[in-house]
Every structure is written in structure tokens, then in C-alpha cells.
Design a binder for this molecule. Structure first.
Ligand SMILES: Nc1ncnc2c1ncn2[C@@H]1O[C@H](COP(=O)(O)OP(=O)(O)OP(=O)(O)O)[C@@H](O)[C@H]1O
Length: 339
């Protein structure tokens, strides 16, 4: 049944991608000046979870690098590296040595000065999950760096623009926008087919089962691929030669739970505290949540940062937001524990 399970792993970056030609062409054209040694405009990549924003951005930049020896690239996930220091450090660390940089003792502007003075080949910086940046002013600083061109990945551009100061918003408004839609069922079937052909033995999964998986995934390629992986794993354990309807039916909730758990594990310490508070309540308003959070941590983040954490947790299916903006309440989406 399983030929090469690596093709079903989430982190696998496909060499061939399907159904994103217009988006790839658009991003390639924005980045094209780099091929002539000129800086490129900033690109905003937006769209729902699992619509291929990260994968297509990386793929397009890799293509550019294959054709141009003198282009470099850096990928930073702002969910993990969310402070100004972390972002600047990650970029600097890729382009030059940072052995003498120490978090506690390095003056704030040394990192930035080094990046500004960096005299290497043009470099594309893919900043993923930009809305998770604790200090958005770092974007303003990065926009001013000649050697670096930015690809900014967010779920919703307008939401981000509404949250930054006017000076930064007006710079960002001129960025080129590339919007990704959620995949249709047919598109997901093609993505799944490609993976299944590489990962599984011939005929291990029928068109009907692929359609069933795609249909349940709600346009999200990550959910679809995880479902295929779990269905294949179960079929393999059962010693079956084909994935059956039952394997798929079981894999659908398991895949969602696996992804939920992964997202939960990826939360920072502060985000975990916020999540725990929500879990302890049937539902809670942000106005009650914030003081509770402040009382539980040292150096609490601002109210605004906590609200952006909450939005992200909603997108990642960890919590649900109920009610309108005025009377919003958050509720955990953890499955009921078996009694
Ligand atoms: N067009 C495609 N062809 C092949 N694989 C794809 C395609 N689009 C997405 N994938 C795969 O689907 C998974 C999810 O894609 P990706 O991480 O790029 O989504 P995303 O839009 O960045 O999601 P999020 O906002 O949740 O980070 C990845 O494993 C990726 O390789």
C-alpha cells in the first residue's frame, strides 16, 4: 500500500504544483527585477488556510533562484519569530555571520545597521504569518532596505492594514496583491492524486475516495493531504490493498484533530496561557480574558497583541468566536474528553 510515505508529509515541498499558474506567474513577474539586480516591489500573498500561500511562494522563489545564480532567499515564519529582534536576527543570520550578536547585550540598532549595510546579492525575504509580528514597525524598517525584497503572507491584507499605523499602511497599500482562493474539490482531487501516485502503490485509492476526501476538506489542501495520509496509514495497518470508504470516514475527524493538535503545540507560552483560560470557561469575553491572562504571566503582551492571537486561534480551529464584535465570546473547540 505505502510506497514512499514522505510524499504525504506536511512539510514535503512538491517539485510540481498544480492549479496555481496565474498566482505563480503574477509573483514571478513582481520578483522579476531581481533577475536584473534591481529591487522588486513588495508582494502581499493572502488567502485562507491551506490555499497554498506558503508552498507557492517558496516554489516561485526557488524557480527564480534556479534561473538566477545571484538571487538569495530567506523564509521567516513570524508565528515562531515574532519579535523585531528575532526577525532581524533570522534574516541577518542567513546572509552573514551573527556569532557576535547576543540577545541581551547587542544594542537594538546593530542588527538593523548590519542589514542596511549588507552588500550581498539581492535577497527575497518571505515573511509568513505577518499578522503575528509583535512589532509591526519592523516591516517599515525592512521596506527601507535596498538589498531585500519582501513577500508578505497573511490571511487578510485589509485586516492587517487596519491594524498598523498610517505611515506603514500607506507604504503597504502600494504592494502588489496576489489573492489565493480556497481550492475547489476538483483542484484538491488533482493535488491529492499527485501525492497518492507517488506515495502509494498503483490503484491503492480510487477516484471516488479521493473525491470524498477532497469534499470533506473544505478547500484546505493541508486538511486534504492529512486525511489521505491517515486513511493510507490505517489501510496499511489493516493489511488492505485499497483504501476503503471506512478508512476515509475514520480519517476525516482524525486528520482535523491531528492538525488541531499540531497547531496547539505550535502556540507560544503566552498563547498557551490564553488557550488554557478559554478552555477553563464554557465561553469567555475578551474583556474578561485579558485581565485573567495578565494575572497569570510575567511581562504580558498588549491587549491588541492578545486580540491578534485570538484571531489566529480562530483561523487555526483551536477556538470559536461567537457573537458580533461588540459582544464577542471565545469558546474552545477541543473535542469533548472521553468519559
Ligand atoms: N497547488 C498545490 N500543489 C501541490 N501541493 C499543494 C498545493 N497547494 C498546497 N499544497 C500543499 O498543501 C499543504 C498546505 O499548503 P500551504 O502550507 O502552502 O497553505 P497556506 O495557504 O500557506 O496555509 P496556512 O495559511 O494555514 O499557513 C502543503 O503541504 C502544500 O505542499
Amino acid at each position: 500500500m505505502l510506497r514512499d510515505a514522505r510524499f504525504l508529509r506536511e512539510e514535503f515541498v512538491p517539485r510540481e504544483v498544480v492549479h496555481r499558474d496565474p498566482e505563480i506567474n503574477h509573483l514571478s513577474s513582481v520578483l522579476q527585477p531581481l533577475a536584473d539586480g534591481r529591487p522588486a516591489d513588495t508582494a502581499f500573498i493572502s488567502g485562507p488556510s491551506g490555499s497554498g500561500k506558503t508552498c507557492i511562494s517558496k516554489y516561485t522563489v526557488e524557480q527564480l533562484k534556479e534561473e538566477n545564480l545571484d538571487v538569495e532567499s530567506i523564509y521567516v515564519n513570524c508565528w515562531n519569530d515574532h519579535s523585531r529582534f528575532q526577525v532581524l536576527f533570522r534574516i541577518l543570520d542567513e546572509v552573514t555571520s551573527t556569532v557576535d550578536i547576543h540577545r541581551q547585550s547587542t544594542p537594538r540598532d546593530v542588527l538593523f545597521d548590519r542589514l542596511r549595510d549588507h552588500d550581498g546579492p539581492p535577497c527575497v525575504v518571505i515573511l509568513d504569518e505577518v499578522d503575528q509580528l509583535a512589532d509591526r514597525k519592523v516591516l517599515y524598517e525592512l521596506l527601507g532596505l535596498q538589498s531585500f525584497s519582501l513577500v508578505l503572507i497573511v490571511n487578510d491584507v485589509e485586516e492587517l492594514l487596519a491594524e498598523v499605523d498610517e505611515r506603514l499602511a500607506s507604504r503597504l497599500r502600494s504592494a502588489e496583491r496576489i489573492r489565493f482562493h480556497a481550492y475547489t474539490t476538483d483542484e484538491l482531487v488533482d493535488i491529492l492524486r499527485e501525492r497518492a501516485d507517488r506515495a502509494l502503490t498503483h490503484d491503492a485509492i480510487s477516484q471516488e475516495q479521493l473525491e470524498a476526501i477532497a469534499d470533506e476538506a473544505g478547500g484546505d489542501a493541508r486538511v486534504a493531504i492529512a486525511t489521505l495520509k491517515l486513511a493510507a496509514r490505517q489501510a496499511d495497518r489493516d493489511g488492505a490493498e485499497q483504501i476503503t470508504t471506512d478508512h476515509v470516514k475514520q480519517a476525516v475527524p482524525d486528520a482535523r484533530e491531528e492538525l488541531r493538535q499540531k497547531n496547539l503545540d505550535a502556540l507560544s507560552e503566552h498563547q498557551q496561557v490564553i488557550y488554557e483560560i478559554i478552555e477553563e470557561h464554557e465561553s469567555i469575553a475578551p474583556g474578561d480574558l485579558y485581565p485573567e491572562y495578565r494575572s497569570r504571566v510575567d511581562n504580558p503582551k498588549s491587549d491588541r497583541t492578545v486580540r491578534s492571537y485570538l484571531k489566529k486561534m480562530v483561523r487555526y480551529n483551536l477556538v470559536a468566536a461567537e457573537g458580533s464584535t461588540q459582544d464577542r465570546r471565545y469558546r474552545s473547540l477541543a473535542p469533548p474528553s472521553p468519559s
